[in-house]
Ligand binder design. Sequence first.
Ligand SMILES: Nc1ncnc2c1ncn2[C@@H]1O[C@H](COP(=O)(O)OP(=O)(O)O)[C@@H](O)[C@H]1O
Ligand SMILES: [Mg+2]
Length: 262
Amino acid sequence: MALKIVLSNRKGGVGKTTTAVNLAADLASLGYRVLAMDFDPQSNLTISFGINILSLQSSLADVFQNSRAMEDIVLNRYPNLDVIPSTPDLEKAIEGGYVANHLRKNEIIKFKLQDMQTEYDFIVIDTPPTKGLLTMNSLSVADFVVIPCRPDHLSIVGLKQMHDLIMEVRGQWLNPGIRLLGILGTFNEETRDCREHINIINGSMFKDYLFDTKIRKNVTLSESVSKGTPIIHFNKRCHGHEDYDAFTHELLGKLEGNSCQR
Ligand SMILES: Nc1ncnc2c1ncn2[C@@H]1O[C@H](COP(=O)(O)OP(=O)(O)O)[C@@H](O)[C@H]1O
Ligand SMILES: [Mg+2]
């Protein structure tokens, strides 16, 4: 059974998509079978994998609308790495009431994932920065949540909101088994301001959750997005690759500690 890891933060621009793309690609390069799912109508993960959303015949919206099965829309991008793409049509699926908003219906997306779960070691899910139905659906299937967080005041405030959301998902019995795996510091810089914000997290209720690895600010990471290529396949000699590689190994170690590594 695949382990399902959701990248989530109610704040935008914190590195959710960049982390989902590069974690998925790194895990696949280590030989794990990986499915990357785009739960965001902005389709940034889909685009970051070099998929042209304008030419897609079908996407996650069709699965919610019951016109396609999940396995019909899977695209293979790299060895061991498949993608479930999204398009802005996902917004229409929500407006049309196709995305579940209560317990019974939330189980539909779980059900739709069911057949896929045996085919992968990891399912990595990228989410929008809202507490909307797509985020709730993705949290309802997650084993673990990773919260990418920028070292600034508002992002740290967002951590508490995210923690409360995880508690809500657990409390409503949408997904009693969901766990926060860790908080990943992104856009890291060797500045006093940055260090101070990391210290704030270290002095808070989240201190035990902070990954040792920090993702440095690195322009090559955004360049790789515009080329539709994960950093490992774009430029292995940059900080961006070095940091995501270290993060992937640290994450695997944490999962081993949770005795659930594949
Ligand atoms: N470590 C980084 N260094 C520099 N730019 C980054 C880094 N991580 C992400 N970016 C860029 O910042 C923007 C926001 O990142 P993204 O992953 O899309 O955030 P989110 O999904 O949380 O909105 C994108 O343009 C991305 O290419
Ligand atoms: Mg994003």
